[in-house]
Structure formats: C-alpha cells, structure tokens
Design a protein around this ligand. Structure first.
Ligand code: SF4
Length: 262
C-alpha cells in the first residue's frame, strides 16, 4: 500500500449526492478495494499511477470549521473512500474532524463498512443529528470476500448491533445489490431489530473497467448467472431490476420498514 500524507486547505466539498449539501472525504483512495467500486474513476481523474485500492492519500489540514458554514446543513462522510479504513486507526483524521463537528447543529451521515467506527461512539453520542450507514450486500462470507477485502460480515453485524445498543441510528445500505446473489430479505430479517431504515442500490456497471472486472469475476465464480448478467449489463435489459424493485417495495411495506432506493 502506497501511503502519502498530503497537506490540503480543507476537507469539505460541495456535494453532487442528492439530498446532501457537503461531502467530507478524509482520504483519497480506499484500501477496502471493492471490486465494484464506483469511486475508482478518481484514480484516472487525478492521475494516480497505482491501482485503486493500493494507494491512500491521508489529508492533513489545519482547517477549522466555522459555525456559519456548518449549522443547518447536511453532510455525508464519505462519498469516495471509507473514512474508517484500517489506516484511520493510526492517523485519526476522521476522529479529528468529528471532534470539530460535534460542536455544531447539523445533519451528518457517516457511511462505512468497518467496525473501527465503534472507537468514536463517544463523539457520535454527542452529535446533534447523526446516522451511520453500514453497507452490507450479502451474508455469504465467501461471496463477500470475493468482492470486498474489508471487514467480515460478522463484524459488520456486530457493529450494527453495538451502534443500536448505544442509541445511534443505523441505516443498513443493501448496496450494491448483485443480481441473483444478494439476498435482501435475509439481510433485512437479520438486522430488523437494529436498523432504523434501509437503502437499496442496484449494482451499477457504467464504468467500463469496473464492468469488465465484475463480469470476469461472475464468469469465473458464478458461471450459472453469467448470461443473466450479460443480459443486464451488456444488453441493457432492465427487467430484472424493475421486477426486483417492485418485490422489495412490497416486502418492506408489508413489514412497515422505512426505505429508499438510491
Ligand atoms: S468502501 Fe466504498 S469507496 Fe471504498 S473501495 Fe469499497 S465501494 Fe469504493
């Protein structure tokens, strides 16, 4: 892993994410190295030579947040990295940002796959309006290991539980939904007591390099589904996801679950 400590003027950027005013990305790059990562385009955009998942820029700054610029706004941490990636344990960039944010009245969503977030429960409990989004798209450890190199399923389920026990609102993001492989019902039933809501996001393979990698993986590991994936991702047939969206809505409505599609 190539680690660089870089000095930046600020760590906040205007958001392109719907419903969010600002995004905070304490790092550039992401050691989680998910096979399907949508943020991996940043590697080419910013001219990095290393493969996505093999470099990390640690953002260092003396920037101080001002009450006027924060209060009443909505923030997402993070949109293109995991702010609790394993290097956060050493650098504490995310923790130091939270120490500043804890003083203001605003809405914060923190998205992660890693249990390191539990280290910061003391700060999360003091936040005015915080929700933690834990991404989980399977309970099958073998499948998960093939597409993500971060925390095991068991650890994510325990993290969800501990956050809920500490009265911190948890959103489970069933994301990305891999056709025929993500069992959304199983995930909901496992987390129903802790999650306050769910986000569903279908696997999007708009980036050609990511599409190639994912289709190669499916062909090697799950060849029985390859033709179905080809139909969806090579011939743009949306039928599977249209039907699934109806099915998910019916299931969630029946259980009176709060949910959104991303
Ligand atoms: S955790 Fe998110 S940003 Fe990191 S590699 Fe996975 S999808 Fe990309």
């Amino acid at each position: 892993m190539k680690i660089r400590e870089v000095n930046v003027n600020r760590f906040i950027a205007k958001s392109k994410v719907f419903g969010v005013d600002f995004v905070i990305n304490p790092y550039v790059g992401c050691p989680n190295a998910c096979l399907y990562c949508y943020a991996s385009f940043l590697r080419n955009l910013k001219g990095y030579k290393e493969e996505w998942g093999t470099f990390l820029d640690v953002k260092k700054t003396n920037y101080k947040l001002k009450k006027m610029s924060v209060e009443g706004k909505s923030y997402l941490m993070s949109s293109s990295t995991d702010c609790y990636n394993l290097y956060e344990e050493k650098y504490e960039i995310t923790r130091n940002i939270l120490k500043q944010l804890v003083n203001f009245k605003f809405s914060l969503r923190i998205e992660t796959k890693n249990s390191l977030i539990l280290r910061d429960i003391d700060l999360l409990k003091k936040m005015y309006d915080v929700k933690v989004i834990i991404s989980l798209n399977t309970l099958n450890q073998e499948f998960s290991r093939g597409i993500e190199s971060c925390s095991p399923i068991k650890s994510r389920l325990e993290t969800i539980k501990k956050l809920a026990e500490n009265k911190i609102k948890v959103i489970v993001a069933i994301s990305p939904i891999f056709p025929f492989l993500t069992d959304y019902k199983e995930i909901i039933l496992k987390t129903l007591d802790e999650a306050t809501e769910y986000i569903f996001e279908f696997l999007n393979l708009k980036s050609t390099p990511v599409k190639k990698k994912v289709l190669k993986y499916i062909n090697e590991k799950y060849p029985e589904y390859y033709l179905e994936y080809a139909k969806i991702y090579l011939f743009n047939d949306n039928t599977y996801f249209m039907n699934l969206k109806k099915e998910i809505s019916l299931f969630c409505d029946k259980l009176h679950i709060k949910y959104t599609f991303k």
